[in-house]
Design a protein around this ligand. Sequence first.
Ligand code: ADP
Length: 417
Amino acid sequence: MTARYRKHEVPEEYLGKWQETIDVLASIFKVPAGLIMRVLPDEIEVLVSSKTDGNPYEPGEKADLETGLYCETVMATRAPLHVPDALEDPAWKDNPDVKLEMISYIGMPLIWPDNSVFGTVCVLDKHLLESEQSYLQLVSQFKDIIERDFQMLVRNSELQTLSGELEQAREAAERANRAKSTFLANMSHELRTPMNAIIGYSEMLMEDAQDSGLAEVVPDLKKINRAGTHLLSLINDVLDLAKIEAGHVEVLAEDLDVAALVDEVVGTMRPLVEKNANVLEVQYGESLGCAWQDVTKLRQALMNVLSNAAKFTKDGVITLRVEREVRAGVDWLGFSVSDTGIGISADKQELVFEEFSQAEDDTTRNYGGTGLGLPISRRFCQMLGGDLLLKSRLGEGSTFTIEVPARAPGDPEADEG
Ligand code: ADP
Protein backbone atom coordinates (compact mmCIF):
# COMPACT_ATOMS: atom_id res chain seq x y z
CA MET A 1 0.00 0.00 0.00
CA THR A 2 1.27 3.44 -0.87
CA ALA A 3 1.35 5.71 2.14
CA ARG A 4 -0.76 8.75 1.32
CA TYR A 5 1.04 11.92 2.30
CA ARG A 6 -0.21 15.46 2.26
CA LYS A 7 1.87 18.47 1.23
CA HIS A 8 2.31 21.11 3.95
CA GLU A 9 2.76 24.70 2.83
CA VAL A 10 5.57 26.72 4.38
CA PRO A 11 5.90 30.51 4.06
CA GLU A 12 9.15 31.81 2.56
CA GLU A 13 10.35 33.51 5.77
CA TYR A 14 10.56 30.13 7.56
CA LEU A 15 12.78 28.68 4.86
CA GLY A 16 15.43 31.34 5.45
CA LYS A 17 15.38 30.65 9.17
CA TRP A 18 15.60 26.88 8.67
CA GLN A 19 18.50 27.33 6.27
CA GLU A 20 20.52 28.82 9.13
CA THR A 21 19.40 26.03 11.46
CA ILE A 22 20.41 23.30 9.06
CA ASP A 23 23.76 24.97 8.26
CA VAL A 24 24.54 24.93 11.98
CA LEU A 25 23.51 21.29 12.22
CA ALA A 26 25.80 20.26 9.33
CA SER A 27 28.74 22.25 10.71
CA ILE A 28 28.40 20.70 14.19
CA PHE A 29 28.46 17.23 12.67
CA LYS A 30 31.14 18.23 10.15
CA VAL A 31 29.18 16.41 7.43
CA PRO A 32 28.60 17.41 3.79
CA ALA A 33 24.80 17.22 4.05
CA GLY A 34 22.23 18.41 6.57
CA LEU A 35 18.69 18.33 5.15
CA ILE A 36 15.09 19.14 5.85
CA MET A 37 13.03 16.88 3.62
CA ARG A 38 9.35 17.48 2.89
CA VAL A 39 7.11 14.71 1.67
CA LEU A 40 4.65 15.36 -1.18
CA PRO A 41 1.76 13.09 -2.14
CA ASP A 42 3.93 10.94 -4.43
CA GLU A 43 7.49 12.21 -3.96
CA ILE A 44 9.91 13.52 -1.42
CA GLU A 45 11.59 16.88 -1.82
CA VAL A 46 14.76 18.50 -0.52
CA LEU A 47 13.20 21.54 1.16
CA VAL A 48 16.34 22.93 2.82
CA SER A 49 19.88 21.74 2.17
CA SER A 50 22.96 22.85 4.12
CA LYS A 51 25.40 25.11 2.34
CA THR A 52 28.38 22.85 2.94
CA ASP A 53 31.22 21.62 0.75
CA GLY A 54 30.53 18.42 -1.13
CA ASN A 55 26.77 18.48 -0.52
CA PRO A 56 25.19 16.60 -3.47
CA TYR A 57 21.60 17.60 -2.57
CA GLU A 58 20.02 20.68 -4.21
CA PRO A 59 17.01 22.42 -2.67
CA GLY A 60 13.90 21.68 -4.70
CA GLU A 61 15.30 18.34 -5.89
CA LYS A 62 12.72 15.55 -5.78
CA ALA A 63 12.95 11.79 -5.52
CA ASP A 64 10.35 9.08 -6.00
CA LEU A 65 8.98 7.31 -2.99
CA GLU A 66 9.21 3.54 -2.52
CA THR A 67 12.83 3.46 -3.63
CA GLY A 68 14.29 2.49 -0.29
CA LEU A 69 15.48 5.93 0.86
CA TYR A 70 16.58 6.33 4.47
CA CYS A 71 13.97 9.07 4.93
CA GLU A 72 11.15 6.81 3.75
CA THR A 73 11.77 4.44 6.62
CA VAL A 74 11.93 7.31 9.11
CA MET A 75 8.58 8.64 7.85
CA ALA A 76 6.93 5.22 7.75
CA THR A 77 8.07 4.25 11.27
CA ARG A 78 7.91 7.83 12.67
CA ALA A 79 11.03 6.86 14.58
CA PRO A 80 14.67 8.01 14.56
CA LEU A 81 17.03 6.11 12.29
CA HIS A 82 20.77 5.73 12.56
CA VAL A 83 22.64 3.88 9.83
CA PRO A 84 26.38 4.04 10.72
CA ASP A 85 27.62 2.32 7.55
CA ALA A 86 25.23 1.28 4.80
CA LEU A 87 27.91 -0.67 2.97
CA GLU A 88 28.16 -2.99 5.92
CA ASP A 89 24.39 -3.42 6.21
CA PRO A 90 22.56 -5.63 3.67
CA ALA A 91 19.29 -3.76 4.38
CA TRP A 92 20.80 -0.45 3.27
CA LYS A 93 23.67 -1.17 0.90
CA ASP A 94 21.54 -0.66 -2.27
CA ASN A 95 19.61 2.45 -1.23
CA PRO A 96 19.73 5.44 -3.64
CA ASP A 97 21.77 7.65 -1.28
CA VAL A 98 24.65 5.16 -1.35
CA LYS A 99 25.05 5.96 -5.07
CA LEU A 100 25.79 9.54 -3.94
CA GLU A 101 28.36 8.04 -1.54
CA MET A 102 26.20 8.93 1.44
CA ILE A 103 26.79 5.78 3.41
CA SER A 104 26.01 7.07 6.86
CA TYR A 105 22.72 8.57 8.09
CA ILE A 106 21.05 10.01 11.20
CA GLY A 107 17.46 11.19 10.75
CA MET A 108 14.32 12.04 12.68
CA PRO A 109 10.71 12.36 11.52
CA LEU A 110 9.18 15.84 11.43
CA ILE A 111 5.58 15.69 12.59
CA TRP A 112 3.03 18.42 11.87
CA PRO A 113 0.85 19.63 14.80
CA ASP A 114 -2.12 17.62 13.49
CA ASN A 115 0.08 14.49 13.75
CA SER A 116 0.55 14.07 10.01
CA VAL A 117 4.06 13.50 8.64
CA PHE A 118 5.84 16.57 7.27
CA GLY A 119 9.13 14.91 6.34
CA THR A 120 12.48 14.50 8.07
CA VAL A 121 15.49 16.32 9.41
CA CYS A 122 18.71 14.44 8.78
CA VAL A 123 22.48 14.46 8.33
CA LEU A 124 24.35 12.30 5.82
CA ASP A 125 28.05 11.56 5.52
CA LYS A 126 30.52 9.80 3.25
CA HIS A 127 32.26 8.45 6.33
CA LEU A 128 31.11 6.44 9.24
CA LEU A 129 28.93 8.39 11.68
CA GLU A 130 29.68 6.96 15.10
CA SER A 131 26.81 5.51 17.00
CA GLU A 132 26.83 8.07 19.74
CA GLN A 133 23.72 8.75 21.75
CA SER A 134 24.59 12.47 21.89
CA TYR A 135 24.33 12.63 18.07
CA LEU A 136 20.76 11.42 18.16
CA GLN A 137 19.98 13.84 20.95
CA LEU A 138 21.39 16.70 18.95
CA VAL A 139 19.31 15.92 15.87
CA SER A 140 16.33 15.49 18.17
CA GLN A 141 16.87 19.03 19.45
CA PHE A 142 16.84 20.36 15.90
CA LYS A 143 13.66 18.37 15.30
CA ASP A 144 12.10 20.13 18.32
CA ILE A 145 13.12 23.55 17.04
CA ILE A 146 11.55 22.92 13.64
CA GLU A 147 8.39 21.39 15.10
CA ARG A 148 7.95 24.42 17.36
CA ASP A 149 8.05 26.52 14.19
CA PHE A 150 5.33 24.28 12.73
CA GLN A 151 3.14 25.06 15.72
CA MET A 152 3.70 28.77 15.34
CA LEU A 153 2.97 28.51 11.65
CA VAL A 154 -0.31 26.71 12.23
CA ARG A 155 -1.33 29.13 14.96
CA ASN A 156 -0.56 32.11 12.71
CA SER A 157 -2.57 30.71 9.87
CA GLU A 158 -5.46 29.95 12.25
CA LEU A 159 -5.29 33.54 13.48
CA GLN A 160 -5.27 34.78 9.91
CA THR A 161 -8.33 32.68 9.08
CA LEU A 162 -10.05 33.91 12.20
CA SER A 163 -9.30 37.56 11.54
CA GLY A 164 -10.46 37.05 7.94
CA GLU A 165 -13.72 35.60 9.21
CA LEU A 166 -14.11 38.45 11.71
CA GLU A 167 -13.52 40.96 8.96
CA GLN A 168 -16.16 39.27 6.81
CA ALA A 169 -18.61 39.24 9.70
CA ARG A 170 -17.94 42.92 10.35
CA GLU A 171 -18.48 43.76 6.69
CA ALA A 172 -21.70 41.72 6.63
CA ALA A 173 -22.95 43.52 9.77
CA GLU A 174 -22.10 46.89 8.25
CA ARG A 175 -23.88 45.97 5.03
CA ALA A 176 -26.93 44.87 7.01
CA ASN A 177 -26.87 48.08 9.01
CA ARG A 178 -26.63 50.18 5.87
CA ALA A 179 -29.48 48.20 4.32
CA LYS A 180 -31.56 48.76 7.45
CA SER A 181 -30.88 52.49 7.45
CA THR A 182 -31.66 52.78 3.74
CA PHE A 183 -34.87 50.83 4.29
CA LEU A 184 -35.87 53.07 7.18
CA ALA A 185 -34.98 56.21 5.25
CA ASN A 186 -37.04 55.04 2.25
CA MET A 187 -39.91 53.94 4.44
CA SER A 188 -39.88 57.23 6.33
CA HIS A 189 -40.01 59.09 3.04
CA GLU A 190 -42.86 56.88 1.75
CA LEU A 191 -44.78 57.41 5.00
CA ARG A 192 -44.09 61.10 5.27
CA THR A 193 -45.57 62.00 1.89
CA PRO A 194 -49.08 60.58 2.55
CA MET A 195 -48.91 61.82 6.17
CA ASN A 196 -48.33 65.37 4.95
CA ALA A 197 -51.29 64.95 2.59
CA ILE A 198 -53.53 63.80 5.45
CA ILE A 199 -52.46 66.73 7.64
CA GLY A 200 -52.77 69.25 4.81
CA TYR A 201 -56.17 68.03 3.61
CA SER A 202 -57.60 67.81 7.14
CA GLU A 203 -56.64 71.48 7.63
CA MET A 204 -58.27 72.39 4.34
CA LEU A 205 -61.39 70.44 5.25
CA MET A 206 -61.59 72.16 8.65
CA GLU A 207 -61.60 75.54 6.93
CA ASP A 208 -64.13 74.35 4.32
CA ALA A 209 -66.39 72.88 7.02
CA GLN A 210 -66.38 76.10 8.99
CA ASP A 211 -67.08 78.17 5.87
CA SER A 212 -69.98 75.96 4.79
CA GLY A 213 -71.64 75.75 8.21
CA LEU A 214 -70.61 72.15 8.99
CA ALA A 215 -69.05 73.00 12.39
CA GLU A 216 -70.13 69.63 13.84
CA VAL A 217 -67.50 67.73 11.81
CA VAL A 218 -64.67 70.03 12.87
CA PRO A 219 -63.83 68.13 16.10
CA ASP A 220 -63.44 64.88 14.13
CA LEU A 221 -61.27 66.60 11.55
CA LYS A 222 -59.16 67.98 14.39
CA LYS A 223 -58.64 64.44 15.65
CA ILE A 224 -57.48 63.35 12.20
CA ASN A 225 -55.14 66.33 12.10
CA ARG A 226 -53.73 65.64 15.59
CA ALA A 227 -53.22 61.95 14.91
CA GLY A 228 -51.50 62.76 11.61
CA THR A 229 -49.21 65.31 13.23
CA HIS A 230 -48.32 62.84 15.96
CA LEU A 231 -47.53 60.10 13.44
CA LEU A 232 -45.41 62.48 11.42
CA SER A 233 -43.30 63.43 14.43
CA LEU A 234 -42.89 59.74 15.22
CA ILE A 235 -41.71 59.04 11.68
CA ASN A 236 -39.26 61.92 11.93
CA ASP A 237 -37.87 60.52 15.20
CA VAL A 238 -37.40 57.05 13.71
CA LEU A 239 -35.62 58.57 10.74
CA ASP A 240 -33.37 60.66 13.01
CA LEU A 241 -32.44 57.61 15.02
CA ALA A 242 -31.73 55.51 11.92
CA LYS A 243 -29.52 58.26 10.54
CA ILE A 244 -27.60 58.64 13.81
CA GLU A 245 -27.06 54.88 14.04
CA ALA A 246 -25.86 54.65 10.46
CA GLY A 247 -23.39 57.48 11.18
CA HIS A 248 -25.10 59.68 8.58
CA VAL A 249 -25.60 62.62 10.91
CA GLU A 250 -23.00 65.36 10.73
CA VAL A 251 -22.43 68.29 13.04
CA LEU A 252 -23.09 71.46 11.05
CA ALA A 253 -21.83 74.20 13.31
CA GLU A 254 -22.38 77.90 12.62
CA ASP A 255 -22.14 81.19 14.50
CA LEU A 256 -25.14 81.84 16.68
CA ASP A 257 -26.43 84.31 19.24
CA VAL A 258 -27.27 82.22 22.32
CA ALA A 259 -29.95 84.53 23.77
CA ALA A 260 -31.59 84.86 20.35
CA LEU A 261 -31.79 81.07 20.02
CA VAL A 262 -33.40 80.83 23.47
CA ASP A 263 -35.91 83.58 22.60
CA GLU A 264 -36.86 81.78 19.41
CA VAL A 265 -37.35 78.40 21.14
CA VAL A 266 -39.32 79.97 24.00
CA GLY A 267 -41.52 81.79 21.47
CA THR A 268 -42.35 78.51 19.76
CA MET A 269 -42.82 76.46 22.94
CA ARG A 270 -44.64 78.91 25.25
CA PRO A 271 -48.17 78.07 24.02
CA LEU A 272 -47.51 74.33 24.53
CA VAL A 273 -45.97 74.81 27.98
CA GLU A 274 -48.78 77.01 29.20
CA LYS A 275 -51.45 74.61 27.92
CA ASN A 276 -51.40 72.49 31.11
CA ALA A 277 -51.83 75.64 33.23
CA ASN A 278 -48.08 75.81 33.69
CA VAL A 279 -46.04 78.96 34.12
CA LEU A 280 -42.87 79.25 32.03
CA GLU A 281 -40.01 81.21 33.55
CA VAL A 282 -36.90 82.00 31.57
CA GLN A 283 -33.68 83.02 33.36
CA TYR A 284 -30.80 84.37 31.30
CA GLY A 285 -27.33 84.13 32.78
CA GLU A 286 -24.85 86.95 32.30
CA SER A 287 -23.08 87.54 28.97
CA LEU A 288 -24.39 84.53 27.06
CA GLY A 289 -22.71 85.90 23.97
CA CYS A 290 -22.13 84.02 20.76
CA ALA A 291 -21.35 80.39 20.08
CA TRP A 292 -20.29 78.20 17.19
CA GLN A 293 -22.62 75.24 17.35
CA ASP A 294 -25.13 73.13 15.39
CA VAL A 295 -28.27 75.24 15.89
CA THR A 296 -30.67 72.66 14.50
CA LYS A 297 -29.60 69.91 16.87
CA LEU A 298 -29.40 72.24 19.85
CA ARG A 299 -32.88 73.59 19.10
CA GLN A 300 -34.32 70.09 18.69
CA ALA A 301 -32.85 68.87 22.01
CA LEU A 302 -34.06 71.96 23.85
CA MET A 303 -37.55 71.74 22.38
CA ASN A 304 -37.69 68.07 23.30
CA VAL A 305 -36.90 68.61 26.99
CA LEU A 306 -39.25 71.59 27.13
CA SER A 307 -42.11 69.64 25.57
CA ASN A 308 -41.48 66.76 27.98
CA ALA A 309 -41.55 69.17 30.92
CA ALA A 310 -44.85 70.57 29.62
CA LYS A 311 -46.27 67.10 29.09
CA PHE A 312 -45.40 65.72 32.53
CA THR A 313 -46.32 68.85 34.56
CA LYS A 314 -49.76 70.26 35.40
CA ASP A 315 -50.46 73.51 37.27
CA GLY A 316 -46.75 73.84 37.86
CA VAL A 317 -43.74 75.93 37.05
CA ILE A 318 -41.27 75.19 34.29
CA THR A 319 -38.01 77.09 34.49
CA LEU A 320 -35.55 77.39 31.65
CA ARG A 321 -32.18 78.64 32.85
CA VAL A 322 -29.39 79.43 30.40
CA GLU A 323 -25.82 79.94 31.58
CA ARG A 324 -22.35 80.34 30.23
CA GLU A 325 -19.31 79.39 32.29
CA VAL A 326 -15.63 78.64 31.85
CA ARG A 327 -14.45 75.20 32.91
CA ALA A 328 -10.81 74.25 32.59
CA GLY A 329 -10.32 77.06 30.13
CA VAL A 330 -13.27 76.01 27.94
CA ASP A 331 -16.52 77.97 27.53
CA TRP A 332 -19.59 75.87 28.25
CA LEU A 333 -23.28 76.57 27.71
CA GLY A 334 -25.88 75.07 30.03
CA PHE A 335 -29.60 74.97 29.24
CA SER A 336 -31.45 73.51 32.21
CA VAL A 337 -35.17 72.84 32.15
CA SER A 338 -36.68 72.28 35.60
CA ASP A 339 -40.27 71.29 36.18
CA THR A 340 -42.50 70.64 39.17
CA GLY A 341 -44.14 67.66 37.47
CA ILE A 342 -44.43 63.94 38.17
CA GLY A 343 -40.66 63.32 38.45
CA ILE A 344 -38.78 60.10 37.68
CA SER A 345 -37.71 57.54 40.28
CA ALA A 346 -33.96 57.00 40.71
CA ASP A 347 -34.02 53.49 39.24
CA LYS A 348 -35.69 54.70 36.03
CA GLN A 349 -33.44 57.68 35.38
CA GLU A 350 -30.97 55.90 33.07
CA LEU A 351 -33.76 53.95 31.38
CA VAL A 352 -35.41 57.05 29.95
CA PHE A 353 -32.34 57.64 27.76
CA GLU A 354 -32.73 54.23 26.11
CA GLU A 355 -34.60 53.94 22.82
CA PHE A 356 -38.32 53.24 23.16
CA SER A 357 -38.08 53.34 26.97
CA GLN A 358 -40.43 55.24 29.21
CA ALA A 359 -40.20 55.69 32.95
CA GLU A 360 -43.47 53.94 33.78
CA ASP A 361 -45.40 51.21 31.97
CA ASP A 362 -48.53 53.34 31.86
CA THR A 363 -46.79 56.44 30.45
CA THR A 364 -47.97 55.82 26.89
CA ARG A 365 -51.56 55.34 28.06
CA ASN A 366 -51.53 58.48 30.20
CA TYR A 367 -49.25 60.80 28.26
CA GLY A 368 -48.62 59.27 24.81
CA GLY A 369 -45.12 59.33 23.36
CA THR A 370 -42.76 56.65 22.18
CA GLY A 371 -39.57 57.04 24.18
CA LEU A 372 -37.43 58.28 21.29
CA GLY A 373 -37.07 61.98 22.12
CA LEU A 374 -34.53 61.73 24.96
CA PRO A 375 -32.22 59.16 23.32
CA ILE A 376 -32.07 61.29 20.17
CA SER A 377 -31.51 64.48 22.19
CA ARG A 378 -28.74 62.90 24.24
CA ARG A 379 -27.00 61.58 21.11
CA PHE A 380 -27.22 65.04 19.57
CA CYS A 381 -25.72 66.67 22.69
CA GLN A 382 -22.89 64.12 22.68
CA MET A 383 -22.20 64.81 19.01
CA LEU A 384 -21.94 68.50 19.90
CA GLY A 385 -19.24 67.64 22.45
CA GLY A 386 -21.48 67.67 25.51
CA ASP A 387 -24.21 65.64 27.18
CA LEU A 388 -27.78 65.64 28.43
CA LEU A 389 -28.04 65.18 32.19
CA LEU A 390 -30.95 64.42 34.47
CA LYS A 391 -31.73 65.08 38.12
CA SER A 392 -35.15 64.11 39.37
CA ARG A 393 -37.23 63.04 42.35
CA LEU A 394 -40.41 61.09 41.92
CA GLY A 395 -43.44 63.27 42.69
CA GLU A 396 -41.37 66.46 42.97
CA GLY A 397 -40.09 67.25 39.51
CA SER A 398 -37.18 66.89 37.10
CA THR A 399 -34.30 68.95 35.76
CA PHE A 400 -32.87 68.07 32.37
CA THR A 401 -29.65 69.93 31.55
CA ILE A 402 -28.17 70.26 28.10
CA GLU A 403 -24.44 70.97 28.45
CA VAL A 404 -22.42 71.75 25.35
CA PRO A 405 -19.14 73.54 24.72
CA ALA A 406 -19.69 76.99 23.21
CA ARG A 407 -17.64 75.83 20.26
CA ALA A 408 -18.48 72.47 18.71
CA PRO A 409 -15.80 69.78 18.12
CA GLY A 410 -13.74 70.40 14.99
CA ASP A 411 -13.63 74.15 15.63
CA PRO A 412 -11.32 75.68 13.00
CA GLU A 413 -10.58 78.65 15.28
CA ALA A 414 -9.51 76.52 18.26
CA ASP A 415 -5.97 77.11 19.51
CA GLU A 416 -3.57 74.48 18.32
CA GLY A 417 -1.70 72.37 20.87
P1 ADP B 1 -41.61 60.16 25.09
O1 ADP B 1 -41.79 61.44 25.85
O2 ADP B 1 -42.02 60.24 23.67
O3 ADP B 1 -42.16 58.97 25.79
P2 ADP B 1 -38.82 60.64 25.66
O4 ADP B 1 -37.61 59.86 25.23
O5 ADP B 1 -38.82 62.08 25.37
O6 ADP B 1 -40.05 59.89 24.98
O7 ADP B 1 -39.02 60.41 27.20
C1 ADP B 1 -38.91 59.09 27.73
C2 ADP B 1 -39.61 58.98 29.05
O8 ADP B 1 -38.93 59.75 30.03
C3 ADP B 1 -41.00 59.53 29.07
O9 ADP B 1 -41.92 58.58 28.57
C4 ADP B 1 -41.22 59.74 30.56
O10 ADP B 1 -41.51 58.51 31.20
C5 ADP B 1 -39.85 60.21 31.01
N1 ADP B 1 -39.74 61.69 31.08
C6 ADP B 1 -39.16 62.49 30.18
N2 ADP B 1 -39.22 63.79 30.57
C7 ADP B 1 -39.85 63.79 31.76
C8 ADP B 1 -40.21 64.81 32.70
N3 ADP B 1 -39.92 66.09 32.48
N4 ADP B 1 -40.85 64.45 33.82
C9 ADP B 1 -41.13 63.15 34.05
N5 ADP B 1 -40.83 62.14 33.22
C10 ADP B 1 -40.20 62.44 32.09
